[in-house]
Ligand binder design. Structure first.
Ligand code: HOZ
Length: 428
């Protein structure tokens, strides 16, 4: 595959942007080589600067569930742009958007728009602390909730990939009230609550972990977490930045029929534009300024372009989309499992809805202790071999691949063949 243009651009970029990128997971540090530089995208395919067509399983790390450049989403943004980019003032569209979100995610009775998942989780935590009058927050080992100081403790995603689960530049004082528990271990969480329950403001959880790769909750874990919080007067916060509108129409809480106190949404809600949401029980949200004492603000929050893209995305994401995604994703999962079984590769595939990870370790992967056993060198070779076959897979072991409604069965079948070849390359 010719990568001349991409390589030349990344050489320029390396002098100007740390690692040549604007977010660490885009660099190929964890898998080797240099990333393709993307020129444009449509449907399930990206085109790079060398005009290679790449079948995309990154989907902009989640948002592109309808495929890239959906004409109605693009049209909604174009129409909004023609009427002004940002007013820093209320608009009707943001109310329409809030109504649409609250209808899909009934635990959200009141919400606020922000511009990124990091902002959403960070604000939800501040609110939980303000509401409960307590300082301690609990997160899970290998979970990633964006890059706010208090959450960069034993973090997954790029932080784990690049060996900085506890980031530099975060003063010890900022994380002294962050406690870490093991995902999927309800007993350990119960013991933590027995010791520290009266100090805990909130437990924040990715209901399906996506940032140590795709790790589903064991039965009873999330419901148990919610009731431990409730009994102790703490709040449960579901970080559904990845899972919201992805694993089901109303996110993981819809899939598992649960009602957290607060929820953070991002990625898909903005249809590819910078938009995220935090929200939950009205009584809690009423503590947010200007109604209450918890301050949080943003000039571009709920801007008309992002909200228009989000609204169009919500409108287009019908129940049929989720049925179609489930069929397609199950086909991919089954195909990969057959490849693993036939080759007796020391790997496992895990999936929830249209998010999925191939782990280079025998499963099941239940938590970070399991995920951290993965052979990341073999994953790097696997990734490189997929790219050589024009399959654009997330460039790190501790991420999830995503499908869109624009992926076809032919795309999936082609991917399974490519994965069989890539497994062989990974073992060499
Ligand atoms: N937040 C995503 C982690 N799964 C990736 C996007 C990024 O960090 O750039």
């Amino acid at each position: 595959m010719n990568r001349e243009q991409s390589t030349a651009i990344m050489e320029r970029s390396a002098f100007l942007l740390p690692g040549g990128v604007n977010s660490p997971v885009r660099a190929y540090g964890a898998v080797g080589g240099s990333p393709p530089v993307i020129k444009c995208a449509r449907g399930a395919y990206l085109t790079d600067e060398d005009d290679n067509a790449l079948l995309d399983y990154v989907c902009s790390w989640g948002p592109a569930i309808l495929g890239h450049a959906h004409p109605e989403v693009v049209g909604a943004v174009q129409e909004a742009a023609a009427s002004g980019l940002s007013f820093g003032a209320p608009t009707q569209k943001e109310v329409d958007f809030a109504e649409a979100i609250c209808a899909r995610v009934p635990s959200i009775e009141m919400m606020r728009c922000v511009s990124s998942g990091t902002e959403a989780t960070m604000s939800a935590l501040r609110l939980a602390r303000g509401y409960t009058g307590r300082d301690v927050i609990v997160k899970f080992n290998g979970a990633y909730h964006g890059h706010a100081d208090a959450l960069l403790v034993k973090a997954g995603s790029g932080a784990a990939t690049f060996g900085s689960p506890d980031s530099g530049g975060v003063p010890a004082d900022m994380v002294k009230n962050t406690m870490v528990a093991e995902y999927n271990d309800l007993e350990a969480l119960r013991e933590l609550f027995q010791r520290e329950g009266s100090r805990i403001a909130a437990v924040i959880v990715e209901p399906v972990s996506g940032n140590m790769g795709c790790v589903p909750p064991v039965p009873g874990f999330l419901a148990g977490l919610i009731s431990l919080c409730r009994d102790a007067g703490a709040l449960s916060i579901f970080d559904e930045v990845m899972t919201g509108l992805r694993v089901a129409s109303g996110g993981a809480q819809d899939l598992y029929d649960l009602q957290p106190d607060l929820t953070a949404l991002g990625k898909i809600v903005g249809g590819g534009m910078p938009l995220a949401v935090y929200g939950g029980r009205r009584e809690i949200m009423q503590k947010v300024s200007p109604l209450g004492p918890v301050y949080q603000a943003g000039t571009l929050s709920g801007n008309p372009l992002s909200v228009s893209a989000g609204l169009a995305n919500l409108r287009l994401l019908t129940a049929d989309c989720y049925d179609q995604l489930e069929l397609l994703s199950a086909r991919l999962e089954d195909g990969i499992r057959a490849v693993i079984d036939t080759g007796k590769w020391p790997c496992t595939v895990q999936r929830v809805g249209s998010m999925l990870t191939v782990f280079f370790h025998v499963g099941p992967i239940r938590n970070w202790q399991d995920a951290s056993q993965c052979d990341t060198t073999a994953f790097g070779k696997f990734h490189g071999a997929l790219l050589e076959q024009s399959i654009y897979w997330p460039a790190a072991q501790f991420e999830a691949a995503f499908l869109s409604v624009k992926h076809t069965t032919d795309d999936v079948d082609k991917t399974i063949v490519a994965i069989a070849n890539a497994m062989k390359a990974a073992s060499s």
